[in-house]
Design a protein around this ligand. Structure first.
Ligand code: HEC
Ligand code: HEC
Length: 352
């Protein structure tokens, strides 16, 4: 073919490539993370430190496996390019690196995507607790224009067109592919994300050398002068309640948190106390992602949070030295445990 015929063609190809690059630059969607989790998830082992937590709803393996596939699959989104994992990245404690969540078409939400650690023990979901169960929560991002940008009806149609999904639903549930079962599968997978057996748990169970001196000092500060235990209490390091720490007070538009759900004046600016288990995996922190590191969180508490008419009474300046701030950070880092384990590894460990 003569070269002068190729040139216009090349120009079109180049123009198309450039166009798609520009499109990409306009709509920066989060990446779709791959599923690099252990092949066979360990479901029945209770990690050290969690035995005291209610364990009534043991996930069913076929439902967990189906939920896992859905969690990573763009099929739940309007354009096939966003999944739950895009905002809840397994490599980051199932949270997001973005301060505010970025969803379909690069749409930005108004809150930070939280870590999905130990949600099995949660009592209310979302930063303001507006969903009562993981099942109720699971379908909301699908229909959210700023998250997955689809609808449950559309998703059910797409899943129904895929023979492998039809079969997986039929195996996992008596009544096969339904909205309730879609929610149940996603919730079941999340119930398998359980973090315990951290150095702090090993220390508490008698392995003194599991913590460094600094971490031990940090544990002491957490339980005494730091006052952290007042809200981050119990085996999951949360009282499952809502508090005003003032994080984003004064910012416009003001996010009133729990108040939006209850319309109770006392709830202005209150947000759910998050678990601190594996918290080092998931910066940035808080409902608005405004604190980039654990050190900045501890410094925030050291200042007594941000003054406002609804500030929780447990929030007081702490007057900690720089060394004590370091110790609290070291303690928080020692709360890290592997959220998902390979069932095979556990069996091998048992046989060793
Ligand atoms: C665009 C980003 C984005 C996508 C996609 C997304 N989420 Fe979220 N997720 C968020 C944000 C932001 C919040 C907090 C919203 C709030 O509190 O108002 C949240 C909250 C949650 C919570 C509540 C956790 C808690 O402790 O309260 C769960 C559970 C959850 N998401 C699961 C999912 C599942 C399952 C999917 C897929 C079906 C999904 N998310 C898709 C951003 C996202
Ligand atoms: C008055 C109750 C209260 C006290 C006291 C308290 N916290 Fe919190 N903590 C919360 C609430 C509520 C949030 C979420 C706030 C938000 O996002 O608006 C939070 C968030 C955090 C986070 C961020 C977690 C995440 O996933 O984003 C860390 C880390 C943390 N607290 C550690 C501590 C430490 C360390 C102390 C003691 C120095 C402490 N907290 C004292 C209630 C409290």
């Amino acid at each position: 073919m003569p070269t002068r015929c190729l040139q216009p063609l090349m120009r079109i190809v180049l123009a198309l490539a450039l166009h798609s690059q520009i499109q990409e630059a306009i709509a920066v969607e989060p990446v779709l993370p791959a599923d690099n989790l252990p092949r066979v998830l360990a479901l029945d082992a209770v990690p050290l430190g969690l035995a005291g937590l209610a364990n009534d709803d043991l996930p069913v393996r076929a439902q967990v496996e189906l939920g896992r596939r859905l969690f990573f699959d763009g099929v739940l989104s309007g354009n096939g390019k966003v999944s739950c994992a895009s905002c809840h990245d397994p490599g980051r404690g199932f949270a997001s690196a973005d301060l505010l969540a970025v969803g379909i078409g690069g749409e930005r939400g108004r809150r930070h995507a939280p870590a999905l650690i130990n949600r099995r023990f949660g009592r209310a979901f979302f930063w303001d607790g507006r969903a009562a169960t993981l099942e109720e929560q699971a379908l909301k991002p699908i229909a959210s224009e700023k998250e997955l940008g689809s609808s449950v009806a559309e998703v059910l149609t797409r899943l129904g067109e895929d023979a492998t999904y039809r079969e997986a639903f039929a195996t996992a549930f008596e009544d096969g592919l339904t909205a309730a079962n879609l929610a149940r599968a996603l919730a079941s997978f999340q119930r398998a994300i359980v973090s315990g057996s951290s150095p702090v748990d090993r220390f508490i169970h008698g392995e003194v050398a599991a913590l460094t001196d600094a971490q031990r000092q940090g544990l002491w500060l957490f339980e005494s002068r730091g006052g952290c235990w007042k809200c981050h209490s119990g085996a999951n390091y949360t009282d499952e309640a809502f508090h005003n720490t003032g994080v984003s007070w004064g910012r416009e538009p003001l996010d009133l948190g729990r108040y939006e759900v209850t319309r109770n004046d006392d709830d202005r600016g209150r947000f759910k106390t998050p678990t601190l288990r594996s918290v080092a995996l998931s910066p940035p922190y808080m409902h608005d992602g405004s604190l980039p590191t654990l050190r900045s969180v501890v410094e925030f508490y050291n200042r007594g949070g941000v003054k406002n008419p609804h500030l929780d009474r447990a929030m007081q300046p702490l007057d900690l030295s720089a060394a004590q701030v370091d110790q609290l950070v070291a303690f928080l880092e020692a709360l890290t445990g592997a959220p998902l384990k390979d069932a095979g590894d556990l069996d091998r460990a048992k046989n060793d």
